[in-house]
Design a protein around this ligand. Sequence first.
Ligand SMILES: C[S@@+](CC[C@H](N)C(=O)[O-])C[C@H]1O[C@@H](n2cnc3c(N)ncnc32)[C@H](O)[C@@H]1O
Length: 274
Amino acid sequence: MLYIIGLGLGDETDITLKGLEAVRKCQKVYMEAYTSLLSFGLSTDGLSNLEKLYGKSITLADREMVEEKADDILSDSRDADVAFLIVGDPFGATTHTDLVVRAKKMGIEVKIVHNASVMNAIGICGLQLYRYGETVSIPFFTETWRPDSFYEKIEKNKEMGLHTLCLLDIRVKEPSLEALCRGKKIYEPSRYMTINTGIEQLLEIGQAREEPAYTEDTECVGFARLGSEDQMIVAGTMRQLQNIDFGAPLHCLVIVGKTHPLEEEMLDFYRCRT
Ligand SMILES: C[S@@+](CC[C@H](N)C(=O)[O-])C[C@H]1O[C@@H](n2cnc3c(N)ncnc32)[C@H](O)[C@@H]1O
């Protein structure tokens, strides 16, 4: 049996009782470590906190492992109970559906244990979850690669008066260009996009349009470390949020669409006063 278990967003104690019972009966436990991050990150301490509470040793599964060795994880699940832990909810990232499809095609039984995801935790700012349009992902720009496919989606959401959740890039264990050229395994340091960089890139793409869907004066909400004790939520214009230090990762951003008076009342609690 393959258990795919959501851990929630904060720390090791956010696992559900159902999830904890499942992990404890598994012979092998993997933890996905590239699409998200618990609030204490993946320091040795963080991982051992999880191991202590769950009473199991955990193998970190990076992108390479999940993509190249998924078959090993899956074939282990044929004869044993295997847990695959995911920060947030198992379906809060597009990546993990592939694992479920592969398992099912191999005839392996799959059980999902849900948990909170960034996709619903953003509800805390008061913008109604059913008034969001398509979610976009903002990748880190490079000198030669400045993709802007997210722009049209934001524009469409805006036209319909809907809010847009912008997920900000995570680069973990990315092979360096030099390493790729030489066929060596050398990795770039991990990088997590801040709200400031996200806004800077959004504005660069917007400013190239004649009638941009958003400007420096567009109302947004910035979220950092949702679900943790020191989470930070600030509502303000892009210009205002750009000047705020949101601290440690993870960050995400919402571009506000048309608002209902009740949504405004809630946003007021988070408004930037500077
Ligand atoms: C693929 S998504 C989320 C995956 C996760 N499985 C979930 O359900 O929440 C990852 C992105 O969501 C945002 N994110 C995730 N957790 C967050 C948190 N606790 N606070 C703020 N943003 C978060 C970041 O922009 C991050 O790059």
